[in-house]
Design a protein around this ligand. Structure first.
Ligand SMILES: [Zn+2]
Ligand SMILES: [Zn+2]
Length: 101
């Protein structure tokens, strides 16, 4: 099967871009049956967006609390429950040493 350069329109910005025979061959060899919907620059933008989204999802709300051990102000990634002691990072590490193998 011979591939020929194809003109496609980007679904994001409407730019016409070339889906070259070479790219089509690469696509086919990877088992992709769909043509690319976006021009190369929009594809890059999308990829960057996804990375930002991942970063934002990792951020957590921090709650201020007072360490039950040393009395220092600290922040914890969960809402402190009344009656349950909250420790600052230092004390937490002292109380619960990192589990080794
Ligand atoms: Zn585009
Ligand atoms: Zn402490």
């Amino acid at each position: 099967m011979a591939f020929q350069d194809k003109s496609l329109q980007c679904s994001d910005c409407g730019t016409t871009f070339t889906f070259s025979a070479e790219e089509q061959e690469t696509f086919a060899s990877r088992g992709y049956t769909n043509e690319p919907k976006r021009c190369p620059s929009c594809r890059q933008t999308k990829r960057a967006d996804r990375q930002d989204g991942g970063y934002n999802r990792q951020r957590q709300d921090m709650f201020s609390a007072t360490c039950a051990q040393c009395g220092k102000d600290t922040e914890v990634p969960f809402k402190p429950t009344e009656g349950r002691p909250v420790y600052c990072r230092d004390c937490y590490n002292k109380i619960r040493p990192a589990r080794g193998r």
